[in-house]
Design a protein around this ligand. Structure first.
Ligand code: BTN
Length: 264
């Protein structure tokens, strides 16, 4: 069940060329990713850059089958439709990089040097999680036909349920409420800019920028791998998104998200 409270094709809330120009605000929905996916599969063509935002998601989804919990009206929970037909499935991690950079660039003027991207696509402030992304690609003929970019960011929430993995909000950091639409607008503008760079083939820029913002890059840290603790250093991210960690005997090991855990 969902309730539509605002729908416009053109509006002046969100700047930029196409990301956010078609903007739908829902009072309540299970998940904005689900809603956008259904819209794309069931109706007339949905234009690229469409943004679905919800005041309340009652079944928000996170990575690795986790839920995503956000206090209604206080946070950003939204999904963007992109159509990166120019990307092969094998290059899908470049989209993760570009979107992460867009979110990072929108928040960095507010939060400064303690903001990082935790591989693969979490947004961290110091050692705490400010937000994350769930990117769901629809593939056709080896290319990405549609990408549903779901983004959740803790903005004005002050209390979090116990048990969540070390969350933090912009309000907890800066002691001030922020206008959700204003931050959303900045995020849309920056995601669009990075997406257009990717489209223009500036892959090295996208990859280098993402790598240089990584949490724990070039620092010796502890990781859990197959239930064992190892000491290692993140030195790179492969083209396909695998994390490259150098262990203390100099071996370079590659990991997928399921295979490695950061230990604090
Ligand atoms: C994560 O870090 O686990 C990813 C969180 C992604 C949450 C967002 S909120 C908007 C969109 N709709 C969802 O159901 N999930 C994403």
């Amino acid at each position: 069940m969902w309730f539509l409270i605002y729908y416009t094709l053109q509006n002046n809330i969100i700047s930029g060329l196409f990301v956010g120009q078609n903007f739908v605000l829902l009072k309540e929905v299970d998940s904005t990713n689900n809603f956008l996916k259904e819209l794309v599969s069931n109706s007339k063509p949905v234009i690229e850059g469409t943004v679905i935002m919800a005041e309340n998601q009652y079944a928000g989804r996170g990575q690795q089958q986790n839920g995503w919990f956000a206090e209604p009206g206080k946070n950003l929970t939204f999904s963007i439709l992109l159509k990166p037909h120019f990307l092969a499935v094998t290059e899908q991690f470049d989209l993760v990089r570009a979107v992460s950079m867009g979110v990072f660039d929108a928040l960095e003027p507010l939060l400064g040097a303690d903001l990082k991207i935790k591989w693969p696509n979490d947004i961290y402030y110091q050692d705490r999680k400010l937000g994350g992304m769930l990117i769901e690609n629809m593939i056709q003929g080896g290319q990405i036909k549609n990408a549903i970019i779901g983004i959740g960011l803790n903005i004005n929430q002050e209390n979090f349920a116990p048990g969540l993995a070390n969350p933090v909000s912009v309000k907890q950091i800066l002691q001030k409420d922020y206008d959700l639409r204003r931050i959303l607008s900045d995020i849309c503008r920056h995601i669009e800019a990075w997406y257009l760079k990717l489209k223009a083939g500036k892959i090295a820029d996208v990859r280098n920028s993402y790598l240089s913002r990584l949490y724990w890059l070039n620092e010796e840290k502890t990781f859990r791998i197959k239930n064992e603790l190892i000491t290692g250093t993140i030195i790179n991210v492969c083209y396909n998104g695998l994390l490259v960690v150098q262990n203390n005997i100099g071996e370079e090991l590659e990991f997928s998200l399921k295979e490695i855990e950061f230990v604090h």
